[in-house]
Structure formats: structure tokens, C-alpha cells
Write a protein that binds this ligand. Structure first.
Ligand SMILES: [Zn+2]
Length: 303
């Protein structure tokens, strides 16, 4: 028996059903097309197996990624190289190995995110070594109307522009640039700035995922930033590079380096920062037992 009050117009019901079904089909179709397009791109331009093996050994070995993670990283890096242009400058030649190393390390950050996180820009420029940039800062003229222009010359190992290129010094970016156990990685650093700048300037807070608490992020990072300043005053060095004391944007970038390069040490020293980064990157490198990290509870031979 159908109760009078629950009766609905059959044509409305059909329309409603049709729309729902249609919407579902459209979404399905779109994601299938997307998937098909991605697979086609990968079939055509996947990083060749031999080159990938070489990159895995020279630039990724110490992250101890699982076979599944390496497979995903290879796919991401291959797609990344189809979307980006990597040019040499200052006489630097860029070969396929360098391209693959840069792509693989950049994509380590987004291993469990998505390639869209690196959308909206196209170029990576590689210099042989440190490069010099001239900066001009205009000081607020204030009430007296006396605006001052400061010109600064800076020597950089890397730089990231909001909607523009990432610039790297290969001397610093090459896989053998730093000793084992050091939390330095200019590629991770500059691409972390890129993620940070997705929601404006590099202020140390990238767009957080639903469910993450912005106030908590601010609290945790502000506390750690202040602690780094205090450590520098007392000449105590930890896993976070003192360069992070420059500003919150640099702090996020160097904390990201430590998160991937020396995760156990970062967790021991700053568990709150580690936890926030693990939520943001959706990775837990500490569990992988990163090769250049020190075992839990033993940092005696650090350095
Ligand atoms: Zn930086």
C-alpha cells in the first residue's frame, strides 16, 4: 500500500533519477578519460627503466621507498617532465639524468598528493653553481614621503618564484652534493616553497587539507620557529638548519628538508612539527628508516 502523503509525481522522480544517474556517469567518464590520457602519456614518455634505476640508486636510495612508492614516483616524475621545461643557464648543460633527478626529488614531496600541486608554472632553470641576483626593495615612504630604495646583491643556491620558475644551482642540487646524514636538499627546499606559495606568499603555511587545523599549524610552527632562534643564540644546532630562522617561509622549507632527509631526528627534536608535516605530505618517512638518518635514540655520531 502506498500512503497518500508519500506519493510523488512519477515524472519528477524520473527526472531526479535521470539527473543523478547522468551526473554520476559524467564524473565517471571524466575520470576515465583522465586516467586513459595519463596512461597514454606514460606509455609514450615514461622515464626509461635504465635511467630510472640509475636515479633510484644515486638520488633516492637513502629514502628507502617501497617498490610501490618507487613505481608511483616514476610515474609522477615522468608526467612532471612532460609538463615542465628544464633549461640550463650560465653555461650549464642539462641532460636526461639531471632532468630525472630533479623531477624525482621534486615529486617526492607530492608522492601522496597530486601533480596539480605543481600546477600554474612551467620552467626550471639550472645554473652550474651559486648565482647572483640583484634585489630592489622599496621602503614604505611613510608620512614624510621619503621612500628609500635598497639594492641588495644576493648569492643564491636556489630560488622559487610564485607563478614563475624554480632556479637551482646544480653544484648544490646534485645527489652527491652533501654528506650522508645532512638535512640539506635544495630541490626539496625550493619545491616546498612552491607548495607554500600556492595560497599566496611563502609564509610557512601551504594550503592545508580538510581536517587539518590552521590554528594548530600556526601554533606549532611559531613555537618551533621561536625555539630555533633561542637555539641559535645558545649556539645549539639541531636537525633544522639555522637558515630557517630567516622567516617562516624559510622555516617551512628547511623543516621539509629535515622531514625527508633526517625524519627520525626531526621527530625526536620537534615531534609536533613532524606530525603536522606528516599530515600535510601524507607520508611518514620515519617509518621507512631513511638511510641517512640516525637510529632512534642514537645521535651520538651525528655530523
Ligand atoms: Zn628558501
Amino acid at each position: 500500500m502506498v500512503c497518500e502523503g508519500h506519493k510523488i509525481n512519477e515524472s519528477e522522480r524520473f527526472t531526479w533519477n535521470f539527473r543523478e544517474a547522468h551526473r554520476g556517469r559524467a564524473v565517471n567518464l571524466f575520470s576515465r578519460l583522465q586516467h586513459w590520457r595519463t596512461q597514454r602519456q606514460l606509455r609514450r614518455r615514461r622515464i626509461p627503466a635504465q635511467l630510472w634505476r640509475q636515479v633510484t640508486e644515486t638520488a633516492l636510495g637513502h629514502y628507502r621507498l617501497t617498490a610501490r612508492e618507487l613505481q608511483r614516483l616514476r610515474n609522477l616524475a615522468s608526467l612532471f617532465l612532460q609538463q615542465k621545461i628544464i633549461n640550463g643557464a650560465g653555461g650549464q648543460e642539462v641532460d636526461d639524468t639531471m632532468r630525472a633527478v630533479i623531477a624525482a626529488q621534486a615529486c617526492l614531496l607530492i608522492l601522496n598528493l597530486d601533480l596539480d600541486w605543481f600546477g600554474g608554472w612551467r620552467e626550471i632553470i639550472v645554473y652550474p653553481g651559486s648565482f647572483v641576483v640583484d634585489r630592489i626593495d622599496h621602503e614604505d615612504p611613510g608620512a614624510a614621503g621619503l621612500g628609500v630604495v635598497h639594492e641588495q646583491r644576493a648569492v643564491l643556491d636556489g630560488e622559487a618564484w610564485g607563478r614563475g620558475p624554480v632556479i637551482l644551482a646544480w653544484d648544490d642540487a646534485r645527489p652527491d652534493a652533501h654528506r650522508h646524514g645532512e638535512a640539506f636538499n635544495v630541490i626539496l627546499h625550493e619545491f616546498a616553497h612552491k607548495l607554500d606559495m600556492l595560497n599566496g606568499t611563502a609564509n610557512g603555511m601551504p594550503p592545508l587539507h580538510p581536517g587539518m587545523d590552521q590554528q594548530r599549524w600556526t601554533r606549532v610552527f611559531t613555537r618551533a620557529f621561536d625555539r630555533l632562534h633561542a637555539q641559535i643564540e645558545q649556539q645549539q644546532l639541531g636537525s633544522i638548519d639555522p637558515y630557517g630562522a630567516e622567516d617562516p617561509g624559510e622555516f617551512f622549507a628547511v623543516a621539509t628538508e629535515a622531514f625527508f632527509q633526517t625524519p627520525r631526528q626531526l621527530y625526536r627534536e620537534c615531534p609536533d612539527v613532524y606530525t603536522q608535516l606528516a599530515q600535510f605530505y601524507r607520508q611518514d618517512p620515519r617509518q621507512r628508516g631513511t638511510g641517512c638518518d640516525y637510529p632512534d635514540g642514537d645521535s651520538s655520531d651525528a655530523g
